[in-house]
Design a protein around this ligand. Sequence first.
Ligand code: HSE
Length: 298
Amino acid sequence: EELKVFCPATIANVSCGFDVLGLALDSVGDEMIVRKTSEKGVFITKIKGQQLPMETNKNVSGVAGLALLEKSDYQGGFEIEIDKKIKPGSGIGSSAASSAGAVWAMNQLLGKPFSNLELVQFAMQGEKLASDVAHADNVAPAIYGGFTLVRSYQPLDIISIPTPEELFATVIHPQIEIKTSDSRKILKTTITLEKGIRQWGNVGGLVAGLFQNDYSLIGRSLQDYIVEPIRSILIPGFDAIKINTREAGALGCGISGSGPSIFTLSKGEHTALQVADAMKETYKAIGVDFDIHVSKIN
Ligand code: HSE
């Protein structure tokens, strides 16, 4: 018995929601084949596309899968083949795609004994291995699909949020690698009340805008006063991309997850493609190599 799954890339934080907001991309992701084995355990048998550890305990799919097996009555195991299309260290949830994809497929093969919330908890163990912190803002949208809010970590509480019909993301990845663990170390651990007020106003505004199909409110709320000023220094051409994409019609622009990818949200595919052109031209002008994706948000 085997299952082939698509493991979506995800944009975490979505500007104002550090560690709590995330969305899944429809058209960017890995492919994974998960197969039942009679031997107990999780076995990574093939990884295509990237050099990653095959040892179960060092591989995020392996660790997430073991967390699931530990809570399951199932006496067998699983074999995993990964076709890795998302580059590690790109900021679009590479480790989350592998962690979430593995446990999602295993749950299907076992007849769905676990809820999505439990699957997120297993997948978070993969995130812990990858970034030292078991954050859920990439694995939650990878498992639930669409846009999600981690309302609380203790206890874990995940809310699915609807998105307007014409919402598109454009994501550009400058070809440098930033490890999430490194880009978390440079953050401050305290914020001023003044910044807090601005930030949670935007979180509320963004969520309200998504519910009310209010693109202008979504755009006004895509601002980050806490993390972006620190992390954007690591990203080539960030300020220029921000200005040029706004001119091209994007609703807003920010760092995707822990970077270096930069995301924008736009109303309509036409605008999302114009924004993609603005991003490409900006990077060509300053000589930065990149990958770029346009994706609908469901
Ligand atoms: N919220 C996490 C961070 C996402 O920004 O560090 C990492 O993809």
